[in-house]
Write a protein that binds this ligand. Structure first.
Ligand code: SAH
Length: 327
């Protein structure tokens, strides 16, 4: 729900200060609507239902994969598409992947969102409403900003949401923010009080190739980005996850693995190799190629994991649903 509108409405109605907190706490615990808020007077609940929509988002489409992954396409009140995903793991973990922007101003060549037009930054309430949608289905405990958009280009709203996530059951330590390497944002995050995880989308060990895959690299080179990640590590003492999407014949050669090993200090970085979810211009590396790449990294002392692919039967890759929806 639009928490600013909620506050304004409660002020206009002359309600005591604690009301906003009461309403938020119900929502954060997965209440289905104002009616459930039994410590809020019934007349006020009705007034709120009429004046403050329970969610800022409308569900346009939902897709449930065989592995339990649930992907939702939402529309904002001004009609912008955004997506979020709930991943259910066998060990009981429930992890949500949220969007921070509708569309993305960056143009990573392998990413479905990168090919859409940029819409706008999402508000903190719009980020939280993605989470609350899933919280109404079941308890959740992990979250990553790996949906549409570049979270570090919308950091104020992202951090305002991060601050409230523990009320929903997601601690800051179980919250991850993934970035293309937006250096000023990494430094601001390092200076923030939140002990969140940082993930860096690297995708190449040298600038020429990285710029070809991710044009943002022309603005912040690998050297500058890694220096910022190392400042983050110094400030937070938390390892940085490097994401590396495996593109067949592009960034998956033996020499690329060796290049990564030379670039990344194993005390600071852990690698996460991502099987490519094909969305157009590239092919994904084979399982064998990914395993061989990983072996080279490990020989050089780096820890590397291969990301489980989830929800492949439902277009769960970044931007895939929204890119297909009518603008
Ligand atoms: N802008 C941020 C967060 C959004 S993308 C960032 O770039 O980190 C989240 C992750 O999904 C990134 O690592 C991105 O490289 C990856 N990704 C995007 N499209 C993908 C695809 N089709 N298959 C696999 N990974 C993809």
């Amino acid at each position: 729900m639009d928490l600013d509108l909620l506050q304004r409405t409660l002020d206009e109605l002359g309600q005591p200060r604690f009301r906003a907190k009461q309403v938020w706490e119900w929502a954060a615990r997965g209440a289905a609507g104002y009616d459930a808020m039994t410590n809020v007077p019934a007349a006020l609940r009705e007034e709120l239902a009429a004046r403050v929509p329970f969610s800022t988002l409308e569900v346009e489409r939902e897709a449930l994969a065989k592995d339990g992954t649930l992907k939702v396409l939402f529309r904002t009140a001004d009609g912008r598409p955004i997506e979020a995903v709930l991943m259910r793991y066998r060990d009981g973990r429930r992890s949500i992947c949220v969007s921070s922007q509708s569309g993305c101003p960056l143009t990573c060549t392998f990413c479905a969102t990168g090919t859409m037009k940029f819409g706008r930054n999402l508000t903190a309430s719009e980020v939280l409403d993605q989470v609350l949608h899933f919280r109404r289905i079941e308890p959740v405990d992990h979250l990553v900003f790996m949906g549409m958009g570049e979270p570090l280009m919308n950091l104020d709203h992202v951090l305002a949401a991060v601050e409230r996530l523990p009320d929903v059951g997601i601690t800051n330590r179980r919250t991850g923010i993934s970035t293309v390497g937006w250096v000023p944002g990494i430094d601001r995050l390092a200076a923030s009080p939140f002990p969140v995880r940082l993930a860096l989308s690297l995708h190449a060990p040298e600038d020429a190739l990285r710029s070809q895959i991710m044009p943002v690299n022309d603005r912040y080179s690998i050297e500058e980005v890694l220096a910022a990640c190392e400042r983050f590590y110094e400030a937070k003492r938390r390892q940085v996850f490097v994401e590396y999407v495996m593109l067949k014949g592009v960034n998956d050669h033996h020499a690329h693995a060796v290049g990564l090993a030379q670039l990344l200090d194993p005390r600071i970085y852990k690698l996460n190799l991502i099987p490519y979810n094909p969305t157009g211009s590239y092919d994904g590396s084979s399982r064998d190629a990914i395993a061989a790449f990983r072996a080279v990294l490990e020989e050089h002392g780096l820890t590397a994991t291969v990301r489980l692919t989830r929800g492949q039967d439902i277009d769960a890759a970044c931007g895939q649903l929204a890119a297909k929806a009518p603008a």
